[in-house]
Design a protein around this ligand. Structure first.
Ligand code: NAD
Ligand code: ZN
Length: 343
């Protein structure tokens, strides 16, 4: 099969022929239809410090996809050949305390599809049947291919009550933009989304932001005044990994407010803890998606009016992957979809 392989320990990614993966008793083989490129794939492409320390070489990468089940392991129940699925890319151990309690997103032994084990940028992918999520017909293939990052946005956004609240989202990457749409859908009063990239701020406006601010030009305090906000944001979602964005958030939070932290800072980050303590803030770290509550929630929201389709800005055949990676790396895009049919 054709696959996008991190073949060498250097910047780049290569389309190569690999044997199709094997299917264990509890696995399914999926014929991949469409995939999406994630920021993680760009780290792997650029071969930065994190990638060098994490990614085994050679290995097929990628973890955002939709496809069809073509083969089923002998012990698998509840799935049939032909089912259209996406899958949770965090493979959990099943035996740690959190797994046994059904809190799989808190598993201490998680392995990532396309990070620690072979990924979905390929014609075929094998994953544990447990990780698959069957898609209702109303969720099209493109949306099916981005459920992983939509799940990050959903997990973060639904961590705190948003009804009638003022929400600050720092970072209008694909996840911040989708979180903007979810906050709107979930009944927030004002949703203020910030970035330093105008292309992405436009997407945030399209997806329902009350205000989309370029923090290199616009002042957050001014924006709050214009919206008639007097006491600060009730809920913050940090989706940039940027230290100054997080400091601004802490500074503009309402006393008693809640913050969900998804953005990954590239290194250790110092904050003013007095903001947290004297304001009585609640801070929650977010990793991945809740298995599988987040999947059901986002599937249901997509069936009942949540529309995040403007986040998909580029569509390419898998052969043109290099162009796709470059577009994604440029920041002048939302999600980039690669089509594997006919690869
Ligand atoms: P992304 O890198 O595309 O988006 C980050 C955005 O933050 C960019 O658009 C960037 O321009 C913007 N930004 C930079 N400086 C800023 C500033 N000072 N103020 C406001 N915005 C600023 O990433 P993404 O795919 O949308 O993911 C968002 C974040 O979440 C990233 O940090 C990513 O690493 C992280 N992430 C975490 C998880 C998890 O499970 N915790 C999963 C996926 C992604
Ligand atoms: Zn576990």
């Amino acid at each position: 099969m054709k696959a996008l392989v991190k073949a060498k320990a250097e910047p780049g990614i290569w389309m190569e022929d690999l044997p199709a993966p094997k299917v264990g008793h509890n696995d399914v083989l999926i014929e991949v239809g469409k995939t999406a490129i994630c920021g993680t794939d760009i780290h792997i492409y650029h071969w930065d410090e994190w990638a060098r320390q994490t990614i085994p070489v050679p290995m097929a990468v990628g973890h955002e996809f939709v496809g069809r089940v073509v083969e089923i392991g002998s012990e698998v129940q509840g799935l049939a050949v032909g089912d259209r699925v996406s899958a949770e890319g965090h493979i959990t151990c099943g035996y740690c305390r959190n797994c046994r309690a059904g809190r799989r997103h808190l598993c201490r032994n998680t392995l990532g599809v396309g990070v620690n084990r072979p990924g979905c940028f390929a014609e075929y992918l094998s994953v544990p049947a447990f990780n698959t999520f069957k898609l209702p017909d109303v969720i099209g293939d493109e949306m099916g291919a981005i459920l992983d990052p939509l799940g990050n946005a959903t997990h973060t956004a639904l961590s705190f009550d948003l009804v009638g609240e003022d929400v600050l989202i720092t970072g209008a990457g694909p996840i911040g933009v989708m979180a903007t749409a979810i906050a709107r859908y979930a009944g927030a009063r004002h949703v203020v989304t910030t970035d330093v990239n105008d292309y992405r701020l436009d997407l945030a406006r399209k997806m329902g932001a009350s205000l989309a601010l370029n923090v290199t030009r616009d002042s957050l305090d001014e924006a709050m005044k214009n919206l008639g906000m007097e006491e600060g944001f009730d809920v913050g979602m940090e989706m940039s990994g940027n230290g100054s964005a997080f400091s601004d958030m802490l500074r503009t939070m309402h006393h008693g407010g809640s913050i969900a932290l998804l953005g990954i800072p590239p290194q250790e980050l110092a904050i003013d803890w007095n903001e947290v303590i004297f304001k009585g803030l609640t801070i929650k770290g977010i990793y991945g998606r809740e298995m599988f509550e987040t999947w059901y929630k986002m599937s249901s929201m997509l069936q009942s009016g949540l529309n995040v389709s403007p986040i998909i800005t580029h569509r390419l055949p898998a052969q043109d992957y290099l162009e796709g990676f470059e577009i994604m790396a440029s920041g002048q895009s939302g999600k980039v979809i690669l089509d594997w049919r006919g690869a």
